[in-house]
Design a protein. Structure first.
Length: 297
């Protein structure tokens, strides 16, 4: 631990930066995604690690991360930063240790990398309130909480945790139903709702729930009938359900809004191919039925 930065003032938590990060420091009560490995003295093999996980889950400081020294260390880190920490027993596993892995009164070393974090403190506090208390919250704070939940959902979506993402998006949408006091407030609420509905529609497509994807897409179109993403999502959902006429209608409307959008144009080509295959199969089935009837007569 000699030469390492003393974070605790008593030598109990020491840090060596291995790679600098960017942006702001991890805030208190944030939810963080980290990769870590813990080592005993004179050991090359970690006694704990999550480096074998492709997508580490978000963990909340003070709740999911219970190692005191690790929490102190994370509050000094930025996104993308990698660091090495040495924790004395007081800041790690104490005098008792954690048998059979950690002997009593053991100093440990952790290598930590901050992949991402979300400042979820205000959002977590909001959802601990009663519905009546939530209703008195200022609109700007409600919109901020909804946006935090949406970002949480985006993180989970990007890690292909579509069920978790859907839950976050639904939680965000659940608090956006309040009555506005002005047209300006209604516009702000609608803008927030639109983003969440588009995310819900896309996530339902990933989960292979096209009927739900269509429903969310149509709710988005109630807010903005010319929204190309909503029209595109609805077209995708209808194509998935082999509702070819409806799919064509949605996709052509999307193409009118964004005529040079490659995704929309590719989906129209896919629709044409699927419809052609469908008609050929229908024709083949009719020929077989006709041949069967002719044989029987």
């Amino acid at each position: 631990a000699r030469g390492l930065q003393d974070l605790s003032g008593d030598g109990g938590v020491r840090k060596q930066e291995l790679r600098p990060g960017t942006g702001h420091l991890v805030p208190p009560n944030a939810s963080v995604a980290v990769k870590y490995s813990g080592y005993l003295e004179d050991s090359d093999q970690p006694f704990c690690t999550n480096y074998n996980f492709k997508f580490p889950q978000l963990m909340k400081l003070g709740k999911d991360i219970t190692l005191w020294g690790l929490e102190i260390g994370l509050l000094t880190m930025k996104k993308g930063e990698a660091a090495r920490f040495v924790f004395t027993p007081k800041y790690a596993y104490g005098q008792r240790g954690c048998l059979p892995l950690i002997p009593p009164n053991t100093t440990v070393m952790f290598e930590v990398e901050v992949l991402d974090y979300l400042d979820s403190a205000e959002s977590d506090a909001f959802f601990e309130l009663t519905a009546e208390q939530q209703s008195t919250f200022p609109l700007q704070k409600v919109l901020k909480v909804a946006d935090t939940e949406r970002q949480f959902g985006n993180y989970l979506y990007n890690k292909r945790n579509f069920e978790g993402a859907k839950d976050k998006y639904k939680r965000a949408f659940s608090i956006l139903g309040r009555s506005p006091s002005s047209e300006e407030e209604q516009a702000q609420i609608n803008a927030s709702k639109l983003l969440v509905l588009l995310n819900l529609s896309l996530t339902c497509l990933k989960l292979k729930h096209p009927a739900q994807a269509l429903a969310y897409g149509e709710r988005a179109l109630e807010i903005d009938q010319r929204n190309a993403k909503a029209l595109f999502r609805c077209g995708q959902a209808c194509l998935y359900m082999t509702q070819y006429e409806k799919a064509r209608d949605f996709l052509l409307r999307a193409q009118c809004v964004e005529p040079f959008n490659h995704s929309i144009n590719d989906e129209l080509k896919k629709l044409a191919s699927c419809y052609k295959d469908y008609m050929e199969k229908e024709k083949e089935m009719c020929c077989r039925m006709f041949a069967s009837l002719k044989t029987s007569s």
